[in-house]
Design a protein around this ligand. Structure first.
Ligand code: CAA
Length: 257
């Protein structure tokens, strides 16, 4: 098994564990990753998900180049779909996903991080979309998600040159939310994940659904969906609890009902 799933209370930590290949995703590993993400997505006891890589060097050094080197067009299509499925699960599952980028996040690795809602990085992290140097383009969502995160001009520069950015530059261009010393990365990520896991699951799910619409379609359509989601939350016990707790000057206790 090259994907480990561990728990810290309501937080699931999904670790790509193939350090001998810098956690590059081959067929077996990405299929396992998809199954692990499907499992945490549908497990109501999981309220936040952390994605990280095993070892000191890499988050995920990309799709496995040795595996990809002999793919036919049809196989490449299926390979692209597998990566899309994983990144889309991270992006759309009804709970927050956080990438703890502990080293190289290249190609498909950067694309998995881009699927996450929030990215924290260690000072040792290096991120990039080097596919151009292999004669291909980012095929697991990078051509669409990178521009949405850092803007079209910077995304084009990174995708066209294939150059890596270090953690400080990644923070400056908005590719990662924050940077920590290597030993602080997981504790800080888990602190955030626990904070998010304590929120109302229904409010969190709807907030994620609404914000995911922000860069798609028209503002009018997005506002219409926001209005529906906002109103629907007034049918939940968590809304009564959250507002009641504020009025009674006590911390809320959310159940997801
Ligand atoms: N695929 C397969 N194996 C990989 C790999 C990858 N993406 N990245 C690293 N490895 C393997 C290396 O082949 C090596 O294995 P061997 O010892 O068996 O040769 C091992 O991991 C250690 O790597 P290096 O010796 O190269 O380590 P380094 O410290 O010298 O360099 C690195 C690190 C700069 C990350 C370098 O490994 C590298 O450039 N890797 C490739 C990064 C890349 O191009 N990723 C994008 C892939 S394409 C993609 O992801 C397409 C997509 O959008 C779906």
């Amino acid at each position: 098994m090259s994907i480990d799933v561990t728990r810290d209370g309501a937080v699931a930590i999904v670790t790509v564990n193939r350090p001998e290949a810098l956690n590059a995703l081959n067929l077996e590993t990405i299929q396992e990753l998809r199954s692990a993400l499907q499992a945490v997505a549908t497990d109501d006891s999981v309220r936040a998900v952390v994605l990280t890589g095993a070892g000191e060097k890499a988050f995920i050094a990309g799709a496995d180049i040795k595996y990809m080197s002999t793919l036919t067009v049809l196989e490449a299509r299926a390979w692209g779909a597998l990566g899309h499925a994983c990144a889309s699960l991270l992006e759309s599952m009804p709970k927050p996903t956080i990438a703890a980028i502990n080293g190289f996040a290249l190609g498909g690795g950067c694309e998995m991080a881009l699927g996450c809602d929030i990215r924290y990085a260690s000072t040792k992290a290096k991120l990039g979309q080097p596919e151009i140097n292999l004669g291909i383009l980012p095929g697991w969502g990078g051509s669409q998600r990178l521009p949405r995160v850092v803007g079209l001009g910077i995304a084009k520069e990174l995708i066209f040159t294939g150059r890596m950015v270090d953690a400080a530059e990644a923070a400056r261009i908005g590719l990662v939310n924050a940077v920590f010393e290597p030993e602080e990365l997981l504790p800080k990520t888990l602190e955030l994940a626990q904070q998010l896991a304590g929120k109302s699951p229904s409010a969190m799910a709807f907030a994620k659904q609404a914000t995911n619409l922000a860069l798609q379609g028209s503002v009018a359509d997005g506002l219409a969906q926001e209005a529906t989601l906002f109103a629907a939350l007034f049918a939940t016990e968590d809304q009564s609890e959250g507002m009641g707790a504020f009025i009674e000057k006590r911390p809320p206790s959310f159940t997801g009902r």
